[in-house]
Ligand binder design. Structure first.
Ligand SMILES: NC(=O)c1ccc[n+]([C@@H]2O[C@H](COP(=O)([O-])OP(=O)(O)OC[C@H]3O[C@@H](n4cnc5c(N)ncnc54)[C@H](OP(=O)(O)O)[C@@H]3O)[C@@H](O)[C@H]2O)c1
Length: 282
């Protein structure tokens, strides 16, 4: 086992949200196996009990809902009391909402923003004072292929991930001079309970040819279309280990392909309509 130390010889400390399942669970497991210490947050931490027993005091389990700012602040206090510092913040907790933009209810939309966007902000406000004081740290912002692209059925999920990406662009530039790094994590389809945990909006017949076709298509995808969560976690750890991590990290060929296609459409629109764009300058 290779233990990871910072420049002062401290064990590297992770704070991971959504650590009980899927990508977050793999990240937790791999960080522990590489010798790091982890503060693991989730609403119900019991799925990590065995891992905690196996790794003794190096895994701190903290029941915390990311929607509850005070609970997140308390979790950061407990992390500092146990480990003394935070080196990597993995803003990973999140879930999906599937359905046409028009189909999703106000309650469903506010709920998914509450976790995927306002939860991320709660974690940032609680952890950045620690990282700024240290003048070091790495924030991993949980996005997705849908942080740069969208297709029928994922409009609201994409809205949350686009929000995370927009604020992360600014955040990265704000905290870089303070010694803090930011990487936006963009997995493609990954084999986790994510699809089982999807919230689904009520169906309107008019969206059968678009949204329901996509839903059917996703349901029929072969297992080979999904990356293993362990590989996604390993990719994230490669970026964390790098002295020059990227601002954006696409994980999985499907993620890169989807984002490239979306970026090309944007470039085509910019180029094709440049005469109108420039025409309003005068
Ligand atoms: N799987 C994919 O295809 C895929 C693709 C791109 C991006 N992603 C992103 O990757 C991240 C992890 O997803 P996953 O695939 O690993 O899904 P997952 O297996 O469903 O895990 C989600 C985790 O988030 C936690 N969580 C959800 N709501 C929470 C809340 N309000 N407060 C605290 N924790 C909460 C869950 O724990 P509790 O329910 O116990 O709280 C769970 O540990 C998400 O941000 C997702 O958008 C996933």
């Amino acid at each position: 086992m290779t233990r990871t130390f910072d420049q002062q010889g401290n064990l590297r400390t992770w704070l991971i949200t959504g650590a009980t399942s899927g990508i977050g669970r793999e990240l937790t497991r791999q960080a522990l196996e590489s010798g790091d210490v982890v503060s693991a947050l989730a609403r119900d931490t019991s799925p990590l009990d065995e891992l905690a027993q196996a790794h003794g005091g190096r895994l701190l389990l903290i029941p915390a809902d990311v929607r509850d700012e005070q609970a997140v602040r308390d979790a950061v206090e407990r992390t500092l009391a146990r480990f003394g510092r935070i080196d990597v913040v993995a803003n990973n907790a999140g879930y999906g909402l599937f359905g046409a933009v028009e189909e999703a209810s106000d309650t469903q939309v506010r709920a998914v923003f509450d976790t995927n966007v306002f939860g991320v902000l709660n974690v940032l406000r609680a952890t950045l004072p620690v990282l700024r004081a240290q003048r070091s740290g790495h924030v991993l912002q949980g996005s997705s292929v849908y942080g740069q692209s969208a297709h029928p059925g994922v409009g609201l999920l994409a809205a949350t991930k686009h929000a995370v990406e927009g604020l992360s662009d600014a955040l990265a530039a704000e905290v870089a001079p303070l010694g803090v790094k930011v990487t936006i994590i963009q997995p493609g389809l990954t084999a986790t309970p994510f699809l089982a945990n999807l919230d689904v909006a009520a169906g309107l017949d008019d969206y059968d040819q678009t949204v329901r076709e996509v839903q059917k298509g996703i349901g029929e995808l072969p297992a080979s279309a999904f990356s293993a969560a362990a590989r996604i976690a390993a990719g994230i750890r490669t970026a964390v280990d790098s002295p020059n991590p990227p601002l954006r990290l696409a994980l999985g060929t499907s993620s890169a392909t989807g984002m490239r296609a979306a970026l090309e459409v944007r470039m085509t629109d910019l180029d094709s309509w440049q005469h109108v764009t420039d025409g309003v300058d005068r």
